[in-house]
Design a protein around this ligand. Structure first.
Ligand code: NAD
Length: 359
């Protein structure tokens, strides 16, 4: 049997508690070494509860003090670049939460650094870890013909989170609920609905199409907050396909949210429901094929990124959420922010995507 991979958790907030800490504690092939969070009581409590041997308040101090092979990073968006860079330079393979970074420069430079150093860099784009994700990607690549148009929609109940700028109301000491300031303060979040939700939608769309965006025109509404709450984008992809993506954080409590992408090809149309992890292929001639999520698999696979990443690091499987495709979505989102602010179409800075279009 191979030696267990030694892991650290960086950031012990809401998402670490919901998704990654339980997964780190549950995986027998992982030795859970350390938790790091500047909030000392959170770091200590998480280490105790999930069985890590050490707790730290600073990433550099953790790197100096303990030997780790891998780290999971779930911290506010604008901290991703420096934390991931320090870990990669220390020889650590990294699974970082979405968005990979908040600017194209930061995202592409992390991709280049990981490549130079020969390290694995994966992103917590949860939809790409669903049981049906690879099948949906294969159908987009092989069954719909030429992609001519794509329409994507993501609605959620995030407006309240974006309005929690007051630290007193932000559950600073309770990791069982989202910590509003991380999302409401643009210095930490880099933006609202775009960085928090569009990143899921566009990350998945670019992963499934194997294309990068070339140009975008966007409108955004902040609804009086410091970050965007409602976003609408029109964009051009490689090879002439065009698309739209809209995302709103205003869905009323109790009302159904939608996370959907429709790929219009010359031979067939594929509709992907990310929320239920199922899809429908509408073929020429009227045939309909349903891609169903297996009943024993979660539609939102929040505990799968950690064990999947461990298998990627061991070389057992391909990376289902590689950083280069995630960087292409960061670039598109940053260009959309510029477009919305300046009321003009914006070219999307492109990088070297090495992941094959074929599944
Ligand atoms: N994949 C998903 O579905 C999903 C869902 C929710 C959140 N997320 C992502 O997870 C990340 C964290 O979100 P959250 O809701 O847990 O936020 P949070 O504010 O609850 O937790 C962030 C934690 O990071 C800590 N932190 C801040 N700076 C740090 C640093 N330099 N080093 C170490 N720790 C630091 C904070 O003290 C806090 O405990 C974000 O990137 C978010 O977008 C992903």
């Amino acid at each position: 049997m191979t030696a267990p991979l030694r892991f650290a958790m960086v950031g012990a907030g809401w998402w670490a508690h919901r998704a990654h800490l339980p997964a780190l504690a549950a995986d027998a092939s992982i030795e859970f070494i350390a938790v790091c969070d500047p909030n000392e009581s959170r770091a200590n409590a998480a280490a105790r509860e999930f069985g890590a041997t050490a707790a730290f308040t600073d990433v550099a101090a953790m790197i100096d003090a303990v030997e780790i092979d891998c780290a999971v990073v779930a911290t506010p968006h604008t901290t991703h670049r420096p934390i991931v860079e320090a870990l990669l330079r220390a020889g650590v393979d990294v699974l970082v939460e979405k968005p990979l970074a908040t600017t194209a420069d930061d995202a592409w430079s992390l991709v280049e650094l990981a490549r130079e150093l020969g390290r694995t860099l994966s992103v917590g784009l949860t939809y790409q870890y669903a049981e049906t994700a690879a099948q949906v990607r294969e159908i987009v690549a092989t069954r719909i013909g030429e992609l001519v148009c794509v329409n994507a929609e993501f609605s959620s109940q995030t407006e309240g989170l974006f309005g929690t700028a007051d630290p007193a109301a932000a559950h600073l000491d309770d990791p069982s609920v989202p910590h509003g300031v991380s999302y409401a303060d643009p210095r930490l979040s880099g933006g609202g609905q775009g960085q928090t939700q569009l990143t899921h939608l566009l990350g998945n769309l670019l992963w499934n199409t194997g294309k990068q965006a070339r140009e975008v025109f966007a409108y955004m509404n902040n609804r009086g907050l410091a970050v965007d709450v409602v976003d609408a984008l029109t964009f051009r992809l490689d090879d002439g396909a065009i698309g739209t993506a809209s995302s709103t954080g205003t869905t009323p409590e109790g009302s159904a949210v939608r996370h959907r992408i429709r790929y219009h090809g010359t031979r067939a149309v594929l509709e992907h429901d990310l929320l239920t992890a199922e899809a429908w292929l509408f073929e020429a001639g009227g045939g309909i094929r349903h891609i169903e999520n297996p009943h024993d698999q979660p539609a939102y696979a929040l505990s799968r990124p950690v064990p999947t990443f461990a298998r990627v690091v061991r070389g057992e499987i391909a990376n289902p959420a590689p950083a280069d495709v995630a960087a292409a979505s960061v670039a598109l989102i940053e260009a959309a922010y510029i477009s919305a602010a300046e009321h003009r179409p914006v070219q999307v800075p492109r990088g070297a995507v090495h992941v094959s279009k074929e599944p």
